[in-house]
Design a protein around this ligand. Structure first.
Ligand code: FES
Length: 139
């Protein structure tokens, strides 16, 4: 009958724990090496048929985030809703856009009215494709 000594038990336990640690570390390393960056956001958005945007209306495109103003006669104006101070998303309040973070205020066309921001909201280009859809260009 073989005798399983205390030394054997400690060696077996230590080897088991080291093996387990190595396997877990390898799993983490493999996950780290297979990390994929999020895809870049699109540079253009199809906003659908232009006839959906009535003259003298402002549409907040919260998922982009941007605002589109239809001024009538196929004239559109768009601007980003990302505050030029530190990047919070501004919110529409009556005829203004206000930043919930530090209180910058922009007028109905994105022009700066009150800081701490130093710049107006960036204008975005709007075009119409051959199907009559409005295309919002982010840069
Ligand atoms: S992020 Fe808008 S005022 Fe600071």
């Amino acid at each position: 009958m073989s005798k399983f000594s205390r030394r054997d038990f400690l060696k077996l336990t230590t080897d088991g724990l080291l093996t387990l640690g190595g396997v877990l570390s390898l799993g983490g390393l493999l996950r780290f090496l297979s990390y994929e960056k999020d895809p870049a956001p699109p540079s253009e958005y199809d906003l659908g048929p232009a006839i959906n945007y009535l003259p003298d209306t402002t549409t907040v495109l919260a998922h982009i985030p941007a605002a589109l103003i239809c001024k009538g006669n196929n004239e559109y104006l768009a601007f980003s809703l990302v505050c030029t101070h530190l990047g919070c998303t501004v919110e529409q309040l009556n005829d203004t856009f206000e930043c919930p973070c530090h209180g910058s205020v922009y007028d109905s066309e994105g022009q700066l009215k009150k800081g701490p921001s130093q710049k107006s909201l960036p204008r975005l280009k709007v075009t119409r494709n051959e199907e009559g859809n409005l295309i919002l260009h982010m840069s």
